[in-house]
Design a protein around this ligand. Sequence first.
Ligand code: NAD
Ligand code: AKB
Length: 323
Amino acid sequence: MTEQTKILVIGANGQLGIELTAALQEKHGYEQVITSDIHPPKKQHALFEPLDILDKDRLYALVEKYKVTDIYLLAAILSAKGEQNPMLTWQVNIDGLMHVLELARDAKVSKIFWPSSIAVFGGTTPKQNTPQETVTSPTTMYGISKLSGERLCAYYAQKFGVDVRSLRYPGLIGYKALPGGGTTDFAVEIYHKALEEVAYHCFLKEDTVLPLMYMPDAVRATIELMEVDADEISVRSSYNLSGFSCSPADIAEVIRKTMPDFKIDYRPDFRQKIADSWPNSIDDSKAQEDWNWKPQFDLQAMSAEMLENLKRMKAAKTAVNLS
Ligand code: NAD
Ligand code: AKB
């Protein structure tokens, strides 16, 4: 008899966690997904246990209590926030990962998902169609921790047979949660400002092209990777993953097609330097070859859904306030 999947999502109350948790509940059942985070959820969306990923004893106790089989370790400090506190960024992003990898080495869980990022690349990486295997020269503590994490995943997989799987997500765009302190946050904030009918002061230059992805594609990629046979996975560091590439000005232009009065100006800050060190576009042919990855959303399709869903949420809020 195969054991029943029991999932622990760590860092579940963030931008990705909220959406991934819902998809995992849909697939495996509400009771099969335990969520955890250092902060309590704003709205109860799942079974929840408080957990600081740096508290190894509590992590082991939760795994034992729920007989967890699969861990999705999303807790992290992202690129922009990470530059404010590099030491904490290293601890959360690397010590946290080591706790989970060690759990798997002790055979206490069978499968791990841990996300990496386009932040592993740097100024000397080829910018266009960045290959799977290439120069990695990150300049942020976030990128350095993600690159180190990738090497740790590959090491634990090769040396101890740990089934750890990973994706180098581009900047993720979703309407269900605000982003948590990254360089690509502008691509979410811009939609909120458009719907509030106020000008957006973008913290990147108008022509800064970055790889981005609509959240449903990121969630689907994660679940597809976790479901593929272990033998099909040839990359145990982290797979390149591509959605679409565009600049803040490209997004503003698409928004103006339905909201012609939308205004944006550009006030680059310290995040410009981070964005300038990242690729413009990503070659994800390895993910296509190994597990048939294909994104469904381009800039236009993502933008239409973002505007529609945020409008719907705003209307629902207004209706509640009026009642
Ligand atoms: P987020 O900042 O929105 O969420 C991270 C969550 O981790 C938060 O809810 C936070 O409270 C929690 N957390 C922080 N420190 C913790 C700790 N010590 N213990 C337990 N929980 C803690 O980030 P996100 O956008 O949801 O990203 C999730 C993962 O995906 C991260 O590993 C991130 O590096 C990766 N990723 C995200 C993007 C993106 O664009 N959002 C892109 C590439 C990679
Ligand atoms: C960030 O900007 O830090 C994240 C990422 C691309 O990893 N969105």
